[in-house]
Design a protein around this ligand. Structure first.
Ligand code: G3I
Length: 349
């Protein structure tokens, strides 16, 4: 029997997207076909991150970004750009004085000597130039940008600091977020600008911190259009809490989108490998169903606009190696052979 298209199923309510890896848009495999059929909104899983593109002030590597955008356009897909400002997969040279060699090991171990930082003015110039140059290249093609990604600390419930592996506040001060949004709006006035983070839909203090932060930014006229809920959740997470979060953020006068969803079979702290049987997959299917019902309701209320999954087939999910390397997981809608799982059948009737 012909399988129905996921995005067609929900198109009167919201767009349905997925992240894609380079082999999916530069090749043709089962997963490429699934992407074309089931999703109308795409985001690159890695290749549009700063570390892959911004090699130097006048040294941009466009190859995979261009391939990704071309694939989306040829297949009539909306495009999300992930991302401009993040503490991970960044371009370490951007923080350093000219001539200071980039030592990736030191960078990842948070061992950069503050004496090696470039001036605030130079770092701002480099960041603005990055945002401007990306927008100049793709303006009119990008539907939505993640301008700032994961800026709220899980420990402080405030902007991340160097202790949370982010140098942005340390080198530019706390208004780096406002500046990035203002530069992005100026560079591409028609696209949606998103502040994106994880655990907003599961940890009350983090949710409150994001609410307070966006409220303050909006009161200063900073152009944040949308809050992105990553939704890297698991089968034990509370669906009513997720719905409450969407409604709470909606009260700020912003849209809400789901940006990176999957449903893990494991609690974060669980280490033992499970037997993945029909009962477990049924629990996951019920959770997907409940979430998509929430999305439908919140879309009907005009708050939720898009739902993006973080991958297509289980065997390509980042969760196979996180938080337990090599353990495996099965958090997505399709199995390793590209066959729809019970969770797919629960949301596409
Ligand atoms: O490119 C190298 C390759 O040359 C090398 O051989 C290989 C060996 O490990 O590593 C490759 O880099 C990996 C990269 O993905 C590209 O495949 C990195 O090790 C790996 O850490 C990186 O993981 C990505 C992760 O972001 C990095 O933080 C995941 O694929 C990607 O799914 C994940 O996505 C993030 C979102 O951007 C933000 N929100 C959380 C989400 C999940 O962590």
């Amino acid at each position: 029997m012909e399988i129905k298209s996921l995005y067609e199923e929900y198109k009167q309510y919201f767009n349905v997207g997925t992240c894609v890896g380079v082999p999916h848009f530069n090749g043709n495999n089962t997963e490429t076909e699934l992407i074309k059929k089931h999703f109308n909104l795409l985001v690159a899983e890695n290749c549009t991150k700063m570390m892959y593109i911004y090699r130097g002030l006048n040294d941009f590597n466009w190859k995979e970004g261009d391939d990704f955008v071309r694939f989306c356009q040829e297949n009539n897909k909306l495009i999300r750009w992930h991302n401009f400002v993040w503490h991970a997969q960044t371009a370490p040279w951007i923080f350093l004085k000219e001539g200071v060699p980039v030592n990736m090991k030191d960078f990842f171990q948070n061992n950069i000597n503050p004496a090696d930082y470039a001036s605030k003015e130079l770092i701002e110039k480099r960041l603005q130039h990055y945002i401007q140059t990306v927008c100049d290249r793709y303006k009119g093609k990008i539907y939505s940008y993640d301008v700032v990604n994961e800026c709220i600390s899980d420990k402080l419930f405030a902007l991340r600091t160097r202790e949370d592996h982010s140098l942005w506040q340390e080198v530019m001060g706390p208004d780096y977020v406002s500046k990035a949004f203002l530069w992005a709006r100026e560079a591409d006035p028609d696209a949606e600008l998103v502040i994106n983070d994880y655990n907003l839909e599961t940890i009350p203090q983090k949710r409150q911190a994001m609410f307070d932060f966006v409220k303050e930014q909006k009161s200063k006229g900073i152009p944040i259009d949308t809050i992105g809920l990553q939704m890297h959740i698991n089968i034990f997470d509370s669906v009513p809490f997720i719905e409450e979060t969407i409604e709470m953020f909606g009260k700020l006068g912003v849209n809400v989108i789901v940006t990176e969803m999957e449903i893990s079979l494991y609690r974060f702290e669980e280490k033992e490998k499970k037997i993945i049987d029909a009962d477990l997959l049924k629990v996951q299917a019920d959770k997907y169903y409940e979430c998509f019902e929430v999305f439908r309701r919140q879309a009907q209320k005009g708050i939720l606009k898009d739902v993006v999954l973080w991958g297509v087939q289980d065997n390509h999910s980042w969760k196979n190696d996180f938080p337990v390397p090599g353990r495996g997981d099965a958090p997505l809608l399709f199995d390793k052979d590209g066959k729809p799982k019970p969770c797919f059948n629960a949301i596409v009737k």
